[in-house]
Design a protein around this ligand. Sequence first.
Ligand code: TGC
Ligand code: FAD
Length: 389
Amino acid sequence: MSTMHPFDLLDIQRDLTQEQREIQSVTRAYVNDRVRPEIAQWFETSEIPVRELAQELGEIGLLGMHLEGYGCAGTDATSYGLACMELEAGDSGIRSLVSVQGSLAMFAIHAYGSEEQKQEWLPQLAAGKAIGCFGLTEADHGSNPSGMLTHAKRDGDDWILDGNKMWITNGSVADVAIVWANTDEGIRGFVVDTKLPGFSANIIKHKLSLRASITSELVFTGLRVPDSSRLPKATSLRAPLMCLAEARYGIIFGAVGAARDCFESALAYASTREQFDGPIARHQITQYKLASMATRLDTAMLLALHLGKIKDAHQIKPEQISMGKFNNVNGAIEIAREARTILGAAGITTEYPIFRHMNNLESVLTYEGTHEIHSLVIGQALTGIAAFR
Ligand code: TGC
Ligand code: FAD
């Protein structure tokens, strides 16, 4: 059995390469040393040292780690997934930081940017010296980004951006924002320096989920950017959706990490908590719960690693990613709920990680395409009928 995951009864990790194991191990050690001791406080106060964390994550090579060149580590997709899993075992907010930086902001520049944009932004984003955000969602256009109202109008060699984006991770701390806007020629992406006049961001307060993560509204008022800020290779909605495919892939693994942390916490508690003169782990109902959770966890992990292999072969399809998120995030929520029952009242506090994960997973179920939207992507692949509209 793997020493990394002593409760992985199927020994799923046996096929991992030495490099994949090392990346997983380094990430896990970082989470144990840096995130676990402070995460409950970050979550409770909703204050998180994003800049410090970004620099540390950059130093260990986790930002844009699956991209090639420009200071990025250039690992395989499975390694990236395993890192997401370990980060989300700490907190979904930490995995979000890495997803948004690497799979959304950096991937957009890497895949669709000019050489100048790549040279300017990717090395500092990879090092965590700059923070990136990704503005697609608007208040009235969440699941349906094709209807976005943010507009970019040509003015000589410049573009003028007007509009708002909503629910943008790290929007108010970002140095650079990837902004998706409608133009007379269709949807385009812009690499926007957030110091420019006409750009502002407001933190969204009163969140009960993903509290250890900054979520913001972006406002563009007559924001003037040169044409060299436009992502030259992004020519339709397909570009942001391709970025989402990268981040959604990481979530498939991340959800396993959050669920694993809930399971391990419940198993440890069941072994020490005594009621009716013995540990609650000796009751058949508790063991049934643990068996169900362990089986769900292992099947979610198998699915994630299977998709990792397909992605490493550069053959992954959107509906496969949708199936992974659809199954693993919902499964993680069910594991978290079951795990919480084992802790009884103790399960509702931040002394244990379960309720925090459970709350976070509600955001994970919604962002990067809601559970319902992913069911429709799968439905479209099965029936040939797009049921979104
Ligand atoms: P549709 O006409 O189907 O597609 C437009 C173009 O995009 C292509 N495409 C995809 N490409 C890659 N991956 C996918 N999953 C794709 N889905 C579609 C498609 O082939 C087409 O290409 P082309 O070349 O023919 O133009 O678009 P639609 O308007 O009907 O929408 C389809 C739908 C509903 C699936 C899509 O709009 C969608 O996925 N909606 C959900 C929006 C969403 O996920 N937003 C997430 C915002 S970012 C975020 O949440 C970050 S959270 C922070 C964190 O990760 O921690
Ligand atoms: P809506 O689209 O209004 O959906 C509401 C409900 O209607 C959902 O249940 C949905 O599934 C359902 N629904 C909608 N359309 C259909 C349909 N056709 N068929 C069936 N059901 C349907 N966005 C970014 O661009 N960048 C970010 O960094 C980012 N970070 C986020 C961080 C957090 C913490 C959260 C919560 C969200 C973030 N988002 C971000 C936004 C996220 O992507 C959207 O919330 C998500 O796409 C859903 O949009 P919505 O909230 O407007 O819900």
